[in-house]
Design a protein around this ligand. Structure first.
Ligand SMILES: [Zn+2]
Length: 130
């Protein structure tokens, strides 16, 4: 990251942004700040939005307002889907544990029944001998 400081010293007139101009989030790390300074967007926006479009549409490509809005909407939908997936995974894990516990309970009930039946058989055979 020291090369970012060197670039900054060479470009003193260029303003270091405090916000990502794509997603509007506050830049919280040096990595995000360096990316916004160099590329015009935080690391996430650069990787998921700016870089792919610039590689397709040219290095000078800048998003218009609609493309920025669509990108933010797309990121929100993606985050919502990730949350839903997390909830579904937790639900599936809980159901798995419930079924596992029910199977364990059934197994111990069956084991008890087998023991009781064996014991009754032994008692019956003893009675017959007498
Ligand atoms: Zn961003």
């Amino acid at each position: 990251m020291s090369n970012f400081i060197d670039i900054y010293i060479n470009e003193r007139k260029k303003v270091v942004p405090a916000f990502c101009k794509i997603c509007g989030n506050i830049l919280q790390s040096l990595e995000d700040t360096a990316s916004a300074y160099r590329n015009g967007g935080c690391k996430d926006c650069f990787v998921s939005f700016l870089e792919p479009n610039r590689s397709l549409k040219g290095k000078e490509w800048e998003p218009n307002k609609k493309e920025v809005k669509d990108s933010i909407e797309c990121q929100r939908k993606f985050e919502k889907l990730l949350n839903q997936q997390e909830i579904l995974t937790k639900t599936a894990n809980n159901e798995h544990n419930i079924i596992k516990n029910e199977l364990e309970n059934t197994k111990s009930t069956l084991t008890e029944l087998v023991k009781t039946s064996q014991s009754q058989l032994v008692q019956s055979s003893i009675r017959f001998k007498i």
